[in-house]
Design a protein around this ligand. Structure first.
Ligand code: AR6
Length: 175
């Protein structure tokens, strides 16, 4: 199995030099606030144009699934839009749906020849997923994907916007 490095960084995902950045979108694929707003602002209108074409074709993106567009003006060549679950107590399948976001994004990345990919902390903003629980799901999902697949992805970066997430991810990935 090829070796994949998993890194943690604090900062703005729109500035990260990778082949693909993941967007924490909503099912409409028409943009929003948070990281979604930042990606569309920095990447320009080409991203929304492609999102609209995907919407016309498949009617949006279900929770846990992912779609891919151009990166527009971003340093990244692609944006992978995935839809995290809204937290409603944990008994509505949220952990599995959140893990699916990471797995499906990695699968789509791989299918498009992506060698490096950056993830935001999906669902931990507007969607209210507790940060500690979300970080554990994210790290487990990426690590188990790497163990279960012969992957050509060389680098996975968790981009944490806030200090709390940074500390959580550093704790989970050390050692
Ligand atoms: N770079 C990296 N991370 C960021 C950035 C950035 N520029 N901006 C915010 N974050 P959220 P969600 C972090 O709310 O919870 C949108 O309106 C933020 O601190 O962006 O999945 C969509 O359209 C948090 O840790 O996404 C959906 O409607 C993380 O990104 C809804 O929000 C995710 O926060 C999705 O909610």
């Amino acid at each position: 199995m090829g070796k994949t490095t998993i890194e943690v960084q604090q900062g703005d995902i729109t500035k990260v030099q990778v082949d693909a950045v993941v967007n924490a979108a909503n099912s409409s694929l028409l943009g929003g606030g948070g990281v979604d707003g930042a990606i569309h602002r920095a990447g320009g209108p080409a991203i929304l144009e492609e999102c609209k074409l995907i919407r016309a074709r498949q009617g949006g993106c279900p929770t846990g699934e992912a779609v891919i567009t151009t990166g527009g003006n971003l340093p990244a060549r692609y944006v992978i839009h995935t839809v995290g679950p809204v937290w409603s107590g944990g008994g509505k399948g949220e952990p599995e749906l959140l893990a699916n976001c990471y797995r499906n994004s990695l699968r789509l990345a791989e299918e498009n020849g992506v060698k490096s990919i950056a993830f935001p902390n999906i669902s931990t903003g507007v969607y209210g997923y507790p940060k500690d629980k979300a970080a554990k799901v994210a790290v487990d999902a990426v690590q188990s994907y790497m163990q279960e697949h012969e992957t050509s992805i060389k680098r996975v970066v968790f981009v944490c916007f806030d200090e709390e997430n940074l500390t959580l991810y550093e704790g989970l990935l050390k050692g």
